[in-house]
Design a protein around this ligand. Structure first.
Ligand code: ASP
Length: 329
């Protein structure tokens, strides 16, 4: 239910959005870059990731706190979750599609706007590292399915069975009813999207998932789609998404958040406006979760979801903190 406080806040942000829109037009016409002249001393390094992935943030922090590149930090960070069989939404141990195949999606983006992605990839534990190689070694952005697997094998990745006994048992139990309705904050739980700024002030992002549990074979969600599951613009900031991929795809949420920040919104305002965009336009939003995180060049963060229960972890000033995002409902 929308409370009066939330309604008033939303109206205020809508009004701000209009005002920012006007300012942005003014800037465009004068050719002045507003985003660069408002940046103060940034809080660097910073690592921000979806859900309670403390260990992933810790691994990323190890890289940036020692002067490493944000791109290496986000790759190393999300690899921790990809390798964890207890995390049933990412990599090894991820829940399979309805036919029992674990199929993985991931993408990565660096401070120069380079990006790489894999989707519908099977039998490779670290899709994020394959996505990075797509970015660095091919003229393409996305490789899918068989082609992505072939590319991974040619580059030294090993074929592995990613379906754990636990995931197999849950899938077999699910087959009894074959109910497709997403379970809020359960099926969406733990897909990891991560953003980082290194000590040089450079931003990168990564996102990796096994996608919606028991999806149709061949289904690809938002997570490997640049601009949907993750987007970074080193002049402005970055954003990542988790939750029902179809809803994120329909609004190209991460790209939208970065563009709203470019127009002057704070990361928090941009996340809220993007969630409002979904709840204004998409029917049935009461029954699914979408959560966004955003980080700007100053190290300011934003977090917002449709439903309560979207948690995230922020590593700043040497402290790795779990936080709870605000929500529409
Ligand atoms: N966004 C992911 C997908 O739809 C799922 C998730 O975040 O858990 O594939």
């Amino acid at each position: 239910m929308t409370t009066r406080r939330k309604f008033l806040a939303r109206s205020a942000f809508s009004a701000l959005g209009l005002a920012f829109g006007n300012v942005a037009c003014g800037n465009t016409s004068t050719g002045r870059s507003r985003e660069t002249d408002t940046i103060d001393t940034p809080i660097v390094p910073t690592v921000l990731s979806t859900w309670k992935n403390f260990a992933a943030n810790e691994a990323a922090w190890q890289v940036v706190s020692q002067g490493g590149r944000a791109l290496d930090a986000v790759e190393q960070g999300v690899r921790v979750v990809e390798a964890d069989p207890e995390d049933m939404s990412v990599g090894y141990g991820g829940r399979p599609d309805r036919d029992g195949h674990v199929t993985l999606d991931a993408c990565i983006m660096d401070e120069h706007g380079n990006c790489g992605s894999v989707c519908f990839l099977e039998n490779i534990k670290h899709p994020i590292s394959v996505a990075r190689l797509v970015m660095e070694k091919t003229p393409h952005v996305i490789l899918a399915g068989e082609g992505a697997l072939q590319f991974a094998l040619e580059n030294g990745f090993q074929k592995e069975n990613l379906l754990t006994e636990k995931a197999k048992e849950e899938w077999e139990a699910w087959k009894v009813t074959s109910e497709y309705k997403p379970v809020i904050n359960i099926e969406s739980h733990d897909t990891i999207g991560m953003l980082a700024i290194d000590q040089q002030g450079q931003l990168s992002g990564a996102c990796t998932t096994s996608g919606m549990a028991y999806k149709m074979r061949g289904r690809v969600g938002d997570s490997p789609i640049i601009g949907a599951g993750m987007y970074v613009d080193n002049e402005i900031g970055g954003a990542v998404a988790t939750g029902l991929g179809e809803a994120v795809l329909k609004t190209l949420g991460s790209f939208l958040i970065v563009e709203l920040m470019r127009q002057g919104m704070s990361p928090q305002q941009a996340c809220e406006e993007t969630v409002h965009r979904i709840t204004r336009k998409q029917k049935g939003f009461e029954d699914f979760q979408v959560g966004f995180l955003a980080l700007n060049k100053k190290g300011e963060t934003g977090a917002y979801g449709i439903q309560p229960g979207f948690s995230y972890v922020l590593y700043q000033n040497g402290e790795n903190k779990a936080l709870e995002a605000g929500s529409e409902l």
